[in-house]
Ligand binder design. Structure first.
Ligand code: DC
Length: 224
């Protein structure tokens, strides 16, 4: 099986780019952030503060999270309920980032992610795929862009969805805060794997970014 790991901060365009490239290659696209978002959602629904390590850890045995792919689109089920839309709400980003700091949460999700990679050719996106989840991935890419560009893209996406709950400045502040949380947590922090290729999309549009990632994969695979 072939595994391609794409890591990087939020809003670098990872999921859009990864989805398009995976489709092109005929690989299974796995958005691992959705798993953390689902645990964040469950904690919020249960009235547990996502920052409360013991509280969140105690919820894990109750969970049943499944990823399915329907017409090539990843869907997430929490205890049988499709929560794919709900986990995209802006407040779920923070909840996901907070629950993702807890070692028990990361351990809980590790096997789910590895199993998908054992059974399929995958293009998996996240924060620690190349460093922790799939250290033997054949291709590792660290995809990033400046915080301002990422905030701008996220803000435009929210407006396009009719969501006017945040200003650009608030989105930027949330991006910076989340980068900090994700790269300073003690366990599996966001960082570029030593053997990952850096792809900076600050000055690239979507089509150019997709092309860049395809070129990196082609080059790496030719060298295998
Ligand atoms: O990619 P995303 O924005 O959906 O991710 C939500 C949060 O989940 C992110 O702030 C950090 C966490 N996460 C993680 O810790 N490890 C991953 N592999 C993916 C996401």
């Amino acid at each position: 099986m072939i595994s391609i790991a794409i890591d990087g901060p939020s809003g670098a365009g990872k999921s859009t780019i990864a989805r398009m490239v995976a489709k092109d290659l005929g690989y299974l696209y796995v958005d691992t952030g959705a798993l953390y978002r689902t645990i964040g959602l469950y904690a919020v629904r249960k009235g547990v503060d996502p920052e409360d390590e013991n509280g969140v850890s105690a919820l894990l045995p109750e969970l049943d999270i499944r990823l399915t792919h329907e017409n090539g689109v990843q869907q997430v089920y929490l205890l049988g309920e499709n929560v794919s839309e709900e986990i995209r709400r802006p407040e779920m980003s923070k909840a996901a980032s907070n629950v993702s700091r807890h070692p028990a949460v990361r351990a809980y999700l590790l096997e789910t992610q590895r199993k998908l990679a054992r059974e399929n050719n995958v293009l998996m996106d996240g924060r620690d795929i190349g460093t922790v989840v799939l250290p033997d991935a054949q291709v590792k890419i660290f995809l990033t862009a400046s915080a301002e560009k990422r905030a701008e893209r996220r803000y435009k996406e929210q407006i396009a969805k009719g969501d006017h709950s945040q200003t650009y400045e608030q989105v930027l502040e949330a991006v910076i805060q989340r980068d900090y949380n994700d790269s300073h947590r003690a366990i599996a922090p966001l960082k570029q794997a030593e053997d990952a290729v850096l792809a900076d999309t600050s000055e690239l549009d979507l089509e150019q970014s997709v092309q860049l990632i395809k070129d990196i994969i082609r080059e790496k695979c030719a060298a295998l």
